[in-house]
Design a protein around this ligand. Structure first.
Ligand SMILES: [Zn+2]
Length: 298
């Protein structure tokens, strides 16, 4: 039985200084696990107490097939290699600045694959013809391989979100294991190779991002968050959080796993609908990194 047991007590927040322009985006921190978290509204601090949670082990075909959508047929996925242009390799990315302010936006969905919520989000994304980018936790892939296969079969992009979702500082060997073990399981399970890495909690100074950069991964952060780890907010607040700061080239953070994401599922259709009404086109993170840029962010 596996548990996520992140320990954030010794994290420094230095990295936050360089992203003050996006301070609002961090008003509720990413990737915090639901139970026992004191909401961190309007602060730039990570949660100081996170209870370990159990990665659900249920991975039933019946669950996959019990949703509104028909069972996923094996579809030909054209590109299973999620590479990044050389200019972004080894770099930390918060957003991009498209030429002519083209209204493109990328939804990123962390901490799965997860029973129920991932599948519900896949249904919504399919109904709206939207492709997203899922950052997976190794333990969760191990627990839910069939869900992982469906995500890939439906054309979404995949990134690496470590094996254990630890926040704590770690040595190079541990950082390497956290990332490479996860990439190996992503490949073994789905055939995907990815050069996208997102550090749990957005923590950039605990050894993970340094290792990822040394291996030419792109360290993919975000420019705005749904703040869907806030245990008290209603789903409508997630919608408002995303819409308030949507800009061309934004990377939006939300979660399908790591806790009960029912409210994120509830918010997702309206987030998509309203962004489309504003003229946005949804792209994956790899697609976003390949569009014409007016400048490169960091
Ligand atoms: Zn996370």
């Amino acid at each position: 039985m596996s548990f996520w047991a992140p320990d954030v007590t010794d994290n420094h927040q230095q990295q936050r200084k360089i992203i003050t322009v996006f301070a609002i985006a961090f008003s509720v921190t990413a990737c915090s696990l639901t139970a026992g978290i004191t909401p961190q509204l309007k602060t730039n601090h990570l949660p100081t107490q996170i209870n370990p949670i159990q990665v659900p082990q249920k991975n039933l075909t019946s669950q996959i097939n019990s949703q509104s959508q028909p069972p996923t047929k094996p579809t030909k996925v054209e590109n299973l290699n999620f590479t990044v242009p050389a200019t972004f390799q080894g770099k930390t990315i918060y957003h991009v600045q498209p030429q002519n302010s083209e209204k493109v936006i990328a939804l990123s969905i962390d901490d799965g694959p997860w029973p129920n919520t991932t599948i519900q989000m896949l249904d919504i994304l399919k109904q709206n013809d939207v492709k997203a980018t899922f950052f997976w936790v190794g333990q969760a892939i191990q627990a839910n391989p069939e869900i992982a296969k469906r995500v890939v079969a439906e054309g979404h992009a995949i990134g690496n979100h470590t094996w254990h979702h630890w926040y704590r500082r770690m040595d190079i060997a541990t950082a390497k294991s956290e990332i490479e073990r996860t990439n190996e399981l992503i490949y073994k399970t789905t055939g995907v190779k990815t050069s996208l890495f997102r550090p749990p909690g957005g923590v950039l100074n605990n050894g993970l991002a340094a290792y990822a950069k040394s291996q030419n991964y792109a360290v993919v952060m975000w420019s705005q968050t749904s703040a869907d780890t806030d245990p008290r907010a209603k789903s409508q607040v997630f919608v408002k959080n995303v819409l308030r700061d949507a800009k061309p080239g934004s990377i939006v953070l939300m979660h399908d796993g790591g806790g009960d994401r029912t409210r994120t599922v509830q918010a997702l259709p309206e987030i998509i609908t309203r962004l489309k009404q504003q003229g946005y086109r949804f792209v994956t993170v790899p697609e976003l990194l390949k569009i014409e840029q007016s400048t490169i962010n960091r």
